[in-house]
Design a binder for this molecule. Structure first.
Ligand code: HEC
Ligand code: HEC
Length: 189
């Protein structure tokens, strides 16, 4: 009887699997590389001040995109541009898997500003997910430092950080709107 699956088909199939680029990231390898990041981004990806964004629980695809953008000098920050130059794509995937696996920072802020911000933030959630928890295509905003979020909104608006979608959106926000929506997203646990 003729075998339905010939051994050489299996060999070809296995070969095709192994010749595929390795997409699987190794969070343990990322954890050791992350020692180089902790001075600014904190030991658990939670930074001490808004000068440095939290990376914990950030979406892995977004983290890789940003590291690629710094490396290619498309996103401008002298420190991060030079940090990213020394990272390979595999390093970036591993770092992203590590940071994405960490629990988000503690938040919580019931101020009036956060409440007003919540009312204005509805239009952000279509892309950034419910309460700004992020999606495969968009970063998590929840639990991020408010002053960091405001800085990025200003950078999109003045064009120093390039992204056509966020340029269009931030152009419609006043300084007051930015402070309010940022305070809301920073307050989401
Ligand atoms: C000396 C301080 C410093 C070190 C060390 C550092 N970073 Fe950063 N990183 C920054 C600053 C500052 C920013 C914010 C840049 C801006 O305002 O656009 C940033 C931004 C980022 C962002 C963008 C986050 C976002 O929400 O868009 C990523 C991703 C990132 N860093 C990853 C890393 C990784 C991975 C390492 C370690 C390999 C690292 N950083 C080491 C200072 C640092
Ligand atoms: C149409 C989809 C869309 C909408 C609506 C949207 N965003 Fe974004 N946002 C994005 C994308 C995509 C990025 C990633 C940009 C990049 O790759 O640099 C982003 C990035 C950001 C960042 C940078 C985060 C970081 O970690 O550096 C901030 C802050 C932000 N958005 C805030 C907002 C706010 C506030 C609103 C509502 C007023 C909003 N966005 C609405 C798509 C959207």
């Amino acid at each position: 009887m003729k075998a339905l699956i010939q051994p050489h088909y299996i060999a070809l199939f296995l070969f095709s699997l192994f010749s595929f680029p390795a997409h699987s990231a190794d969070p343990n390898a990322g954890a050791s590389l992350a020692d180089n990041c902790s001075g600014c981004h904190g030991h658990n990806g939670i930074s001490k001040t808004a000068q440095w964004p939290n990376l914990a629980a950030q979406k892995p695809g977004y983290l890789v995109n940003q590291l690629q953008a710094f490396k290619a000098d498309q996103r401008i920050d002298p420190v991060m541009q030079s940090m990213a130059k020394s990272l390979t794509t595999a390093d970036m995937n591993n770092l992203a898997a590590h940071f994405a696996s960490l629990p988000p920072g503690k938040a919580g802020d019931n101020s009036q500003i956060a409440k007003i911000g919540q009312e204005k933030a509805g239009m952000c959630m279509g892309c950034h997910g419910k309460n700004g928890l992020g999606s495969a295509q968009t970063p998590r905003l929840a639990g991020q430092h408010a002053d960091y979020l405001v800085k990025q909104l200003r950078n999109f608006k003045n064009g120093s950080r390039k992204n056509s979608t966020m340029k269009a959106i931030s152009s419609n926000l006043s300084e007051e709107d930015m402070a309010q929506v940022a305070t809301f997203f920073a307050s989401v646990p």
